[in-house]
Design a protein around this ligand. Sequence first.
Ligand SMILES: *[C@@H]1O[C@H](CO)[C@@H](O)[C@H](O)[C@H]1NC(C)=O
Ligand SMILES: *[C@@H]1O[C@H](CO)[C@@H](O)[C@H](O)[C@H]1NC(C)=O
Ligand SMILES: *[C@@H]1O[C@H](CO)[C@@H](O)[C@H](O)[C@H]1NC(C)=O
Length: 263
Amino acid sequence: MIRCIVVLSAIFSLIFTQDDVVEDTQFATCQINSTEVQTTANATVKRQLKGVCTYKQIELKFQELEEKLLAELGIIKQLLEGDGKTVRTNDYYDYEERSLKIGGPVSTTDDPITSVTEQVFHTSSWVRTEIDHLNNTIHVHKGEKLFVYYWEIPEIDSILPKNGVHIRSADFYVLGHQLCLQLYPNHLPDYLAIQLRPSSNFFKKHKFAILDHFDGSTDIVSQVFGGVGSYEALYKVPYAKLQERNYLHDDKLVIKLTIFLNS
Ligand SMILES: *[C@@H]1O[C@H](CO)[C@@H](O)[C@H](O)[C@H]1NC(C)=O
Ligand SMILES: *[C@@H]1O[C@H](CO)[C@@H](O)[C@H](O)[C@H]1NC(C)=O
Ligand SMILES: *[C@@H]1O[C@H](CO)[C@@H](O)[C@H](O)[C@H]1NC(C)=O
């Protein structure tokens, strides 16, 4: 059996503002240790309660938050324990995809709170955890054998305005082939382009993603490239798109390459 230690620490803070608006911000850090899986999730929950709040209602909200957190931990535990089967490190991938979204409006029975808005942010350590688990590895996901590589490009703000240059990733090796990624700033005006460059014939389907540092569900994902002789294909992304969410956070761009090894 897998031994699993789950540590949950949560910090709650309540801020009373004008007009009977109450904000509560909650930081939750959840660390799971098992013999085969280690991961850390850090989420910030910020919700705004509008309307008249009594102490009793606030207590109720806290109870609901607690229940939700416990329910999420239940899901994590289930994933770790499976049906008594061994958990492979690859299972992390599914776990990550589920994403700790706290859903649904709270129940309003006997409750004068008129509206609740709730946002959940993951800190960028989420992306870091994904990189630490999957970078430069081969794993099976939904029956597909995948190679995954992450390229982090620092000081991206000073790179994007450049013209007539390209940037190369470090070389990496897949099935004995030497590959690298290239980034072309201003390939078209205000478009960057990404390309997979094998040093020898290597005809596998592949796709790129530009990671949102905070929310894996909003990564910019390319179409699937590949097939014989199609390596000239460049994936072009407009700069405007990169501004839409947290793709350039901390002056870093993170590109994920996925190669479909069975293709
Ligand atoms: C979980 O494992 C990490 C790394 O081995 C260790 O630093 C940490 O103290 C462990 N946490 C618990 C609660 O055992
Ligand atoms: C989690 O995020 C909070 C708020 O950003 C931060 O204070 C805390 O240090 C983070 N904890 C970990 C384990 O990353
Ligand atoms: C992924 O792994 C390769 C090889 O170990 C390393 O050169 C590269 O920096 C790693 N990528 C990230 C984003 O850490």
